[in-house]
Design a protein around this ligand. Structure first.
Ligand code: DAH
Length: 355
């Protein structure tokens, strides 16, 4: 609260108090001094209001004096009236001045109390990064979309039928042993699993779509593997499937070669090596050759087995197809020169933001 204005009040004498007849009206001689002290003593607008009522309200000495004016002779009344007005004006000024002081102080206090810190530290915006695997996944999609393929998806939790049965793995067939399958405790024992490859999407697409079919299906796969530099129990594959008329092994080899050049560059080339998968006949592994002449195995491929076409409701006499599948994670390692697969999963930002 501000200090009240301490200037001494004009003595009542100079307002003509003594000879004005005001004393005759019962107005105390020290009225203004008293008001001055009372006004100075208040510390809030509410207190000031109480003083105002006391000194100029209905029961105030000022009002009583005004009422007493009527008993004076006309000349004395005129003089006393004038003096009374001057006193009243002085009182009002005291009140108004103190009110302004208090209001200013109250406002200053409020400003301090309600002060808001509007300063903001604006650090440069941090952009996120797409994970190395996501980048690779998207680039692969782009390459195949550019070659006219569509992108298909399938569930990560699969039935034994889609993961194996429809793909021509009879029950108990030794080829199933190549896939260290993780089973899900759902339904009949052994009926539900985490897909071990993206190949089941082939069957799901063929069941739902009439040929011609040109699709790729990237996705997450699971196998009971111990994590090391080149294996993870959770990994990614991209599957390719073509079903059309007059499709031959030549189309498959040409497609693999076109992909190799589109993704790795013209200094790379590819080859097919005979292999075995139950769902393709003939089957092959495909390798790429690096500019330094060394070969690297990328994935498997082959002509879609007639049993698979038939199981999916497609007439193998009319339609032929080829399929391929390979790991995305290993490709990311080659592409970015990373030598341990586990680095991709530790989520150390210092490592990931390099790519
Ligand atoms: N699904 C196979 C695996 O994970 C890879 C594969 C081989 C996919 C041949 C194919 C294919 O589409 O035709 O080992």
């Amino acid at each position: 609260m501000s200090e009240p204005n301490q200037e001494p009040q004009q003595p009542l004498v100079s307002l003509g108090f003594l000879d004005s007849g005001l004393l005759d009206l019962g107005l105390p001689e020290d009225l203004l001094d008293t008001v001055c002290q009372q006004v100075a003593a208040v510390s809030s607008l509410a207190e000031l209001n109480a003083v105002r009522i006391k000194v100029s309200g209905k029961r105030s000495e000022l009002l009583k004096a005004r009422q007493a004016l009527g008993s004076l002779e006309p000349e004395a009344r005129r003089q006393a009236g004038k003096a009374l007005n001057a006193v009243k004006a002085a009182v009002e000024e005291l009140l108004a001045t103190r009110e302004a002081e208090l209001a200013a102080a109250a406002r200053a206090e409020k400003l301090v109390a309600e002060r808001l810190d509007l300063t903001e530290v604006t650090e440069p915006l941090q952009h996120g990064y797409l994970h190395v695997i996501t980048q690779t996944w998207q680039e692969l999609e782009d390459v195949f979309v550019g070659m006219g393929y569509r992108v298909a998806e399938g569930p990560e939790i699969e039935s034994d039928w889609y993961n194996f049965g429809v793909l021509n793995f009879p029950e108990g067939h030794p080829a199933r042993d190549m896939y260290d399958t993780l089973y899900v405790d759902y339904g009949e024992s052994g009926s539900t699993l985490l897909r071990t490859h993206t190949s089941p999407v082939q069957a799901r697409v063929m069941e739902n779509q009439e040929p011609p079919i040109y699709v790729v299906a990237p996705g997450r796969c699971f196998r009971q593997d111990t994590a090391d530099a080149t294996h993870m129990p959770v990994f990614h594959q991209i599957e390719g499937l073509v079903v059309d008329r007059h499709i031959s092994l030549g189309n498959l080899a040409g497609t693999i070669q076109a992909f190799t050049v589109a993704y790795f560059g013209t200094s790379f080339t590819s080859r097919l090596r005979p292999s075995y998968f139950p769902f393709t006949e003939p089957s092959a592994e495909f390798d790429i050759q690096r500019p330094d002449g060394t070969w690297l195995e990328l994935g498997g491929c082959g002509m879609v087995h007639p049993n698979v076409l038939t199981a999916c409701g497609i007439d193998p006499e009319k339609w032929q197809g080829f399929a391929f599948g390979f790991g995305i994670d290993r490709l990311a390692l080659i592409r970015f020169g990373i030598n341990d697969l586990r680095e991709l999963w530790t989520n150390d930002v210092r490592f990931l933001e390099q790519f």
